[in-house]
Write a protein that binds this ligand. Structure first.
Ligand code: NAD
Length: 497
C-alpha cells in the first residue's frame, strides 16, 4: 500500500518492503528494521531483515535464471538495460527524493547520482555490443578466446549513493550475462527496493534479486553461500577484508571498492585562485563529505597559502546548510546519528592532536530537522601524520597541509594507506602530468575534481581495493575467459603405435 512520506508530496513509498526474489516482492514478515529519515527522525517504511533463508531463496532464483539469461543474445541484454535506463529517467525526480529522504543528502545531489547511474546502464548496454571475443588462426585450425558469464554474483553496497553503487555493479554484471543477488545497506535500502519495481517490468524473473538486511547477518550469508560464484563489494576497507577472506575461503573472484583519503594538490602557479578554492571546497564537502572519493587532504603551496585559506574559510563558512529536500541547500545532514557522532569525535581528535581548527567544527540545528546531524564544513590546518589526515572521516572535514618542497609533498600525498583518487591544480601541464604519473591512486583529476566519466576507469590501489569500475574493462571482472581451440583434422595415430 502506498503512503505519503512526510516532507514530500508523494514519493510513493510502501509501508513495508519484503525481499525481491524471483521477480516479485515477498512478504516482509515479522523481522523488519525501520527506514528512518535522518533529518527529521520520521519513520518512512519497514524493511525485511533477511537472513540465510531468504539469501538461499534468492541465490536459488538467480541460479535458476542463469542458464537462460547467460545464453540470451547480448543484444537483448543490451536492450533491456536501455529500457531500465529509460524507466529510471522517467521516474528520476521521485527516486531522487526517496534517496534524499532516506539518507539525508540534498535532493539536488541525489538527482545527479541518478544521472550518473542511468549513464552507467546506458554505457554498459553499449559496451557489451563492443565486447568482442578474440581469436587467431593456427596452422591446422582456429583458436578462439571466449568471455563467458561467471554465474550468480553476490553484490553488497554501502549507503552513501545507493543509485550509483547499485548501477556500477548491476550494469556490467547483467550486460555480461550474470544473474545477481544484491544486498543494499541497512541505512539506504528504499531506492534499491523501488528500483526492483522497474526491474520487475523489464527483466526476466530471477535475473536480479534484492535482499535487504544487516551486514553480518544478510551480507555474511551471501558471501558464504556456496552457489555464489563472484563477489563484488563497495564499502569500508575493514569490511572489505572480511569479504576478501570469504572469497578466499571459497576461491571465488572478488572486486573491492573501498575507502579513500585522497590528496588534492594546489601548486603556486594556479591562475584563478577563486576557481581552485571553489573546486577544492566542493571536493571536500560534496555528499556532505560522505564520499570515498572526497579530496580530504588538501595540499596548498606556501606561496599562495594565506590567500587561499582566506578564500576557503570565507566560502565554506557561508555555505548554505539546510534541509535535504530544499533545492537551495548546499550541505545537508549525515546519514545517521552514529555517523554524526563519529565525525564529531574526529573533530575532537583533531583538536587534541594539535591541529588548528580554522572554521566549522560544530553540529548545527536546522528548523524542522532537529533530529539531523548537520555538521558545519570544517577545516583544520594539519600535518600528514595526524589521524585526521590519515583516517577516513566520512564527513565535511578537510585537513589542509601546507607544502613547500615538491618531493616532500609527493611523499606525503602518497603517505597514506589508501589510494583511490586525487586532484591537481597547476597552470603547468607537464608538471601536472608528471605528478599524475607518480601518485599511487586509481584516478587523477587535473583542474576539475570529481570529473567522473563513463569509460574512465575508477578503482582503488592499496587499501582502497582492486578492480576498476565505470569502464569497459569492468566487463572482464564479470566474465571468465575460456579458449576453444579447434584442429581441422584428427592427428594421425602416433601415441599408441
Ligand atoms: P561498511 O563497510 O560498513 O558497509 C558496506 C556494506 O557492507 C553494507 O551493505 C553492510 O551491510 C555490509 N556489511 C557490513 N558488514 C558486513 C559483513 N561482515 N559481511 C558482509 N557484509 C557486511 O561501509 P559503510 O560505512 O556503510 O560505507 C562507507 C564506506 O564505503 C566508506 O569507507 C567509503 O569510502 C566506502 N565507499 C567506497 C566506494 C568506492 O567506490 N571505493 C564508494 C562508496 C563508498
Amino acid at each position: 500500500m502506498n503512503i505519503q512520506a512526510p516532507g514530500h508530496p508523494n514519493p510513493g513509498l510502501d509501508r513495508s518492503y519484503g525481499p525481491f526474489i524471483g521477480g516479485e516482492f515477498l512478504d516482509a514478515g515479522e523481522r523488519t528494521f525501520p527506514a528512518v529519515n535522518p533529518a527529521t527522525g520520521r519513520h518512512l517504511a519497514d524493511i525485511a531483515r533477511c537472513g540465510p533463508r531468504e539469501i538461499d531463496l534468492a541465490v536459488k532464483a538467480a541460479r535458476g535464471a542463469f542458464k537462460s539469461w547467460s545464453t540470451t543474445g547480448y543484444e537483448h541484454r543490451s536492450t533491456l538495460l536501455l529500457k531500465l535506463a529509460d524507466a529510471l529517467e522517467a521516474d528520476l525526480p521521485r527516486l531522487a527524493m526517496i534517496d534524499a529522504l532516506d539518507i539525508g543528502r540534498r535532493v539536488s545531489e541525489t538527482e545527479v547520482d541518478y544521472r550518473i547511474a542511468i549513464g552507467q546502464y546506458r554505457y554498459f548496454a553499449a559496451a557489451i555490443l563492443n565486447f568482442e571475443d578474440f581469436g587467431k588462426p593456427i596452422p591446422n585450425g582456429y583458436s578462439i578466446a571466449r568471455r563467458q558469464a561467471i554465474g550468480v554474483c553476490g553484490i553488497i553496497i554501502p549507503w552513501n549513493a545507493p543509485s550509483i553503487m547499485a548501477a556500477l555493479k548491476l550494469a556490467p554484471a547483467l550486460a555480461a550475462g550474470n544473474t545477481v543477488v544484491l544486498k543494499p545497506d541497512e541505512n539506504a535500502s528504499l531506492s534499491t527496493l523501488e528500483l526492483c519495481k522497474h526491474i520487475a517490468n523489464i527483466f526476466p524473473p530471477g535475473v536480479v534479486n534484492v535482499v535487504p538486511g544487516l551486514g553480518e547477518e544478510a551480507g555474511g550469508a551471501l558471501t558464504a553461500h556456496p552457489d555464489v560464484a563472484k563477489l563484488a563489494f563497495t564499502g569500508s576497507s575493514e569490511v572489505g577484508r572480511i569479504i576478501s577472506a570469504a572469497a578466499a575461503a571459497r576461491l571465488v573472484p572478488v572486486t573491492l571498492e573501498l575507502g579513500g583519503k585522497s590528496p588534492n594538490i594546489v601548486f603556486p602557479d594556479v591562475q584563478d585562485l577563486d576557481a581552485v578554492v571553489d573546486n577544492a571546497a566542493f571536493a571536500g564537502t560534496y555528499c556532505n563529505g560522505q564520499s570515498c572519493l572526497a579530496g580530504t587532504r588538501l595540499f596548498v603551496h606556501d606561496h599562495i597559502y594565506n590567500a587561499f585559506m582566506d578564500k576557503l574559510v570565507a566560502g565554506l563558512s557561508s555555505l548554505n546548510i539546510g534541509s535535504p529536500i530544499d533545492a537551495t541547500t548546499k550541505l545537508s545532514c549525515l546519514v545517521s546519528k552514529t555517523q554524526g557522532e563519529r565525525v564529531l569525535d574526529y573533530i575532537d581528535i583533531g583538536g587534541k592532536e594539535g591541529a588548528n581548527l580554522v572554521t566549522g567544527g560544530h553540529r548545527q540545528t536546522i528548523a524542522g530537522n532537529e533530529h539531523g546531524y548537520f555538521i558545519q564544513p570544517t577545516v583544520f590546518e594539519a600535518n600528514n601524520s595526524m589521524r585526521i589526515a590519515q583516517e577516513e572521516i566520512f564527513g565535511p572535514v578537510l585537513s589542509v597541509i601546507r607544502w613547500n618542497d615538491y618531493e616532500t609533498m609527493l611523499e606525503e600525498a602518497n603517505g597514506v594507506r589508501y589510494g583511490l583518487a586525487s586532484g591537481i591544480y597547476t597552470a603547468d601541464l607537464a608538471k601536472a602530468l608528471k605528478t599524475a604519473e607518480r601518485l599511487e591512486v586509481g584516478a587523477v583529476w587535473i583542474n576539475q575534481y570529481f570529473n567522473i566519466l563513463n569509460g574512465a576507469p575508477l578503482g582503488g590501489w592499496k587499501d582502497s581495493g582492486f578492480g576498476s569500475e565505470y569502464c569497459r574493462e569492468t566487463l572482464n571482472l564479470y566474465t571468465h575467459l575460456k579458449s576453444v581451440t579447434m584442429a581441422y583434422d584428427l592427428p594421425q595415430q602416433w601415441y599408441l603405435k
